[in-house]
Ligand binder design. Structure first.
Ligand SMILES: Cc1cc2nc3c(=O)[nH]c(=O)nc-3n(C[C@H](O)[C@H](O)[C@H](O)COP(=O)(O)OP(=O)(O)OC[C@H]3O[C@@H](n4cnc5c(N)ncnc54)[C@H](O)[C@@H]3O)c2cc1C
Length: 453
């Protein structure tokens, strides 16, 4: 390719979500890793495309190819043994105020998108815990924030421009693909190289954030839905000890009449008296503003500040989605494993997500509660715990986050996704020779023997 660069080093240090100062992830031209440093990509080849023609040439020139976003997935979902292609130079943003949509290049991150549309009076409906991920990469894996009425970030997708395996540029939208469009949005990077994506936007809004400490799990038995309905986006953190949540983060929209005053008591939990980090004893300086102070949506929805220069990726993550009405029972089930979990854990978080119609979204046709684990970076230990968690959550039909670490068998995955065979057919239609398939897809979608590792 004439406009090809190779990744020399990604010496830039990225944010740790929970630990401000740990050893940086190792990323060199010889040892190319994901953000967390726990996964080494199988190829040294990384192309940087500047034009759609570059992408077409890469597609024609390789039998296997995978688009790479901001490298924040914890498993091999973005891996390739032959070639990866980055679209970070596709950085254009076009806001259509009349249609209430924004169309952006595949290189744009939420951290770039949010201030741009906010300055023009618009917002997206939700954000993940950190802004450094690309919009396209996030939507390809059903990345989510919290909020019982908020679908995951992929539910905002209206259209995608994509270069498919035969090198043609196609537009995927409900109008063009009809009933198959919901199968293409959470596409796991397996349908082609997305060049541009169009999202719904809405008028910008102001939010407040309140944090409460020490909420007994017993309160969740009867008030789980009330607790999650107490804000536009609510996160419950726990270390699984003492049958309680260590913190509850409540993010409210000011335009929905939410009070910004402090209530000292929230189902027995006490209002924090200063900004807190989810991990006890860590400085909150990198966390978004709390204490009921109002501010723009994109400075309250993530837990961590947009302009926080991240310093480490020394953590692992896993997450499982269960039906929301079984949320409390699922919490009690996982709690039984607390003594195995806690020594290897930084923190756990519960979030809610609305049901959607995206075929292989973990929230497909199911209002969900996600149980998240931020692990210490000890994969051998975590690898032993995950099967225990998956077994104990099996009766709830738990679905793992596609971009995080899991050990569930392909057979179990298939039983959790009613539309899995339709998704396989969709991949065969647009990529009959498996150009965009990798080990992760072959294993988890087509059942070849191996796990997410
Ligand atoms: C610290 C941290 C915090 C996180 N917080 C959350 C959270 O709050 N909620 C949550 O749900 N998840 C969270 N995640 C997971 C994260 O959102 C996903 O891993 C997401 O996919 C990362 O996006 P990325 O841009 O890094 O994409 P990558 O990890 O680089 O790629 C992900 C997938 O997108 C595909 N892809 C990327 N670009 C393209 C393209 N142009 N065309 C086609 N396919 C493409 C890749 O092939 C791959 O399949 C977090 C991860 C980290 C490291």
């Amino acid at each position: 390719m004439d406009k090809r660069e190779f990744l020399k080093t990604s010496g830039a240090l990225f944010a740790s979500t929970f630990l401000p100062k740990l050893t940086a992830a190792q990323t060199t031209s010889d040892n190319r890793t994901n953000w967390a440093g726990n996964y080494t990509y199988s190829t040294k080849n990384l192309d940087f495309a500047n034009t759609v023609e570059d992408i077409k040439r890469a597609i024609h020139g390789h039998s296997h190819l995978k688009a790479l976003g901001a490298r924040h997935s914890f498993n091999g979902i973005a891996d390739s043994t032959e070639d990866q292609i980055s679209l970070k130079h596709f950085d254009q943003i076009d806001l259509n105020t009349k249609a209430k949509t924004v169309t952006l290049g595949a290189g744009v991150t939420y951290g770039q998108l949010a201030p741009y549309i906010d300055a023009r009076g618009f917002a997206v409906h939700n954000l993940a815990s950190l802004p450094h991920i690309s919009v396209v990469g996030a939507c390809a894996t059903a990345t989510h924030g919290s909020g019982s009425r908020n679908g995951n970030l992929s539910t905002a997708v209206r259209a995608m421009e994509i270069v498919t395996a035969n090198g043609e540029v196609a537009v995927f939208s409900r109008e063009k693909l009809g009933d198959k469009f919901p199968g293409s949005v959470v596409g796991l990077g397996a349908l082609g190289v997305i060049t541009r994506i169009t999202l719904d936007v809405q008028p910008a809004f102001q939010m407040t954030q309140m944090v409460y400490e020490n909420l007994s799990f017993s309160q969740l038995e009867h008030h789980l839905d009330d607790v999650f309905a107490s804000g536009y986006s609510v996160s419950i953190f726990t270390d699984w000890q003492n049958h309680r949540a260590t913190q509850v983060w409540i993010k409210r929209r000011v335009d929905q009449g939410s009070p910004t005053d402090l209530h000292a008591d929230f189902y027995g939990a006490k209002a924090a008296t200063h900004n807190l980090h989810p991990l006890a004893g860590h400085s909150a300086e990198n966390c978004t503003e709390q204490m009921g102070i109002s501010g723009p949506w994109y400075e309250r929805l993530p837990h961590f500040r947009m302009n926080f220069t991240p310093s480490s990726g020394a953590e692992l993550q896993s997450e499982y989605f269960v039906p929301r009405d079984k949320g409390y029972a699922a919490i009690l089930a996982v709690e039984q494993l607390r003594d195995q979990i806690t020594p290897h854990l930084f923190i756990s978080e519960f979030r809610t997500i609305a049901a959607d119609d995206l075929w292989i979204s973990p929230c497909y046709q199911r209002p969900s509660m996600a149980i998240h684990f931020t692990w210490k970076p000890d994969w051998p230990a975590v690898k032993k715990i995950l099967p225990l968690i998956e077994k104990i959550l099996a009766p709830f039909g738990a679905r793992p986050h596609w971009a995080k670490l899991f050990t569930m068998s392909p057979a179990d995955l298939t039983t959790r996704y009613a539309k899995m065979s339709d998704y396989q057919e969709l991949l065969a239609q647009f990529d009959p020779n498996g150009k965009f398939r990798n080990k992760f897809i072959n294993s988890n979608i087509y059942g070849a023997k191996q796990t997410s590792e």
